[in-house]
Design a protein around this ligand. Structure first.
Ligand code: FDA
Length: 391
């Protein structure tokens, strides 16, 4: 089999891979972009409920989790949210801010895929979809040989943009981690993140399924978020819970303040002493939730029948509710993967492995996890641009 030559091979034509291929190609590098999937960038297509929350106006290093928190700084500073917004505007795509700086496409996420594909094509990259890699070997003196089922390619730079483990049904694989290990790089243990949490026993939650509380304040470890939560048949979801899931460690509690903006002491003091407790609570909480809460204490009675101590216990439960999740719903429903290729072994300016010249890791495959709200795509664009600039 003849060996074809390119300057750069990019593995994974998702968000980060397309950005890297476009950037390297437009610098005049010859690029091969390959992906094992049949359909291009499925994760972008399903993102943001089909409208792709493509960046966040407030993207900054503090919005990312990593064992090496400073790692993201350089790439985020050199390709910012405003650079991506300019690209979106250059293509004339409509967008809007939904909430908290989150920018979404007006007309669906396919527009972002088409834009990135056009950018890759502008750089002249060679495409290979439905192409799996059989082997990667280092060439003595520099570079790599990448063997696919049908072809053998030799390149100076290999950019790994194969993503994380979430949503295996649309093509997520552990290939990037395996390649990192093959070249002696460490992996920060991976877990599902931006994911609903589950609780035991499930019957308590079944009664609450469908109830939303907005806002709630949720804390775990160093994380603290004030957004909506949603009870499900298996536990809790909603933006505040997805956010906290990235900070939560198995076995640790999460603490929820269901009424961060209400002084409950005062609310009880101002309420009619004849009103039933559920009625008083239903003024500030969903009635179904108030009912379950009061039932867990005993029969629903007029306020005057509760002692101050009993009301204090209730307030404590509502504002400092401590629960230990039994787990998460897993990678099938997780937006991202926490952990990945250890960034302490990568150069933060170029994304290249310090000990393996020419080998780059970008996007979700590395140990960088953004908050919910467009931060993960911004990392894909910024890290893709960084690697594409140096590969
Ligand atoms: P990405 O997953 O995009 O691409 C990896 C590519 O590599 C895929 O095309 C895959 O087929 C390919 N690949 C994998 N293994 C391979 C192999 N062995 N050989 C060849 N190719 C291989 N983020 C955000 O900022 N805003 C949002 O609105 C959302 N919404 C959202 C919704 C849902 C349901 C999910 C699951 C995720 C999100 N995200 C998000 C997260 C975001 O999608 C994610 O962080 C980025 O897509 C990561 O970009 P990457 O390019 O690293 O991986």
């Amino acid at each position: 089999m003849s060996v074809k030559q390119v300057d750069v091979v990019v593995v994974g034509a998702g968000a980060a891979g397309m950005m890297a291929a476009a950037t390297a190609g437009q610098r005049g590098r010859s690029v091969l972009l390959l992906d094992h999937a049949a359909k291009l960038a499925e994760k972008i297509r399903i993102s943001g409920g089909g409208r792709c929350n493509f960046t966040n106006l407030d993207a900054r290093p503090e919005c990312y989790l990593s064992e090496n928190p400073h790692y993201v700084k350089s790439a985020l500073a050199r390709y910012t949210q405003h650079d991506f917004i300019k690209l979106v505007e250059r293509y004339g795509l409509g967008y809007h801010e939904k909430t908290l700086g989150q920018l979404f496409c007006d007309d669906g996420s396919q527009a972002i895929i088409d834009m990135l594909k056009a950018e890759v094509d502008a750089g002249g990259a060679i495409w290979r979809m439905e192409t799996a890699i059989e082997a990667v070997t280092a060439v003595e003196g520099g570079g790599f040989v990448v063997q696919t089922g049908k072809e053998t390619w030799q390149c100076q730079s290999l950019i790994v943009a194969s993503g994380g483990l979430s949503i295996p049904q649309i093509g997520a694989t552990a290939w990037g981690y395996e390649l990192a290990r093959q070249f002696g790089l460490g992996i920060v243990p991976t877990t599902a993140a931006l994911v609903p949490l589950t609780f035991q026993p499930q019957d308590l939650w079944t009664e609450l399924a469908g109830v939303a509380i907005d806002p709630a304040e949720v804390r775990s470890g160093k994380g603290k978020f004030r957004e909506a939560i949603l009870f499900t048949h298996r536990g809790v979801s909603g933006p505040a819970i997805l956010q906290i899931s990235s900070y939560w460690q198995a076995g640790q509690p999460i603490s929820i303040n269901l009424l961060p903006d209400v002084d409950l002491q005062e609310h009880f003091a101002n309420a009619s002493r004849e009103a039933h407790l559920v009625t008083v609570l239903a003024e500030v909480l969903p009635r179904s939730f108030a009912t379950v809460l009061v039932n867990s204490l005993g029969p629903n009675a007029p306020l005057k029948q509760y002692t101050p101590k009993q009301l204090s216990v209730l307030i404590e439960r509502i504002q400092h509710w401590q629960i230990i999740p039994s787990g998460t719903v897993g990678y099938k429903k997780a937006e991202v993967t926490r952990g990945g290729v250890d960034t302490r072994q990568l150069d933060s300016k170029t994304m290249m492995a310090k000990a393996v010249p020419g080998l780059f890791f970008i996007g979700e495959v590395v140990d960088v996890t953004g908050w919910l709200g467009g931060y993960n795509f911004q990392w894909a664009w910024s890290s893709g641009y960084a690697a594409g600039s140096f590969a």
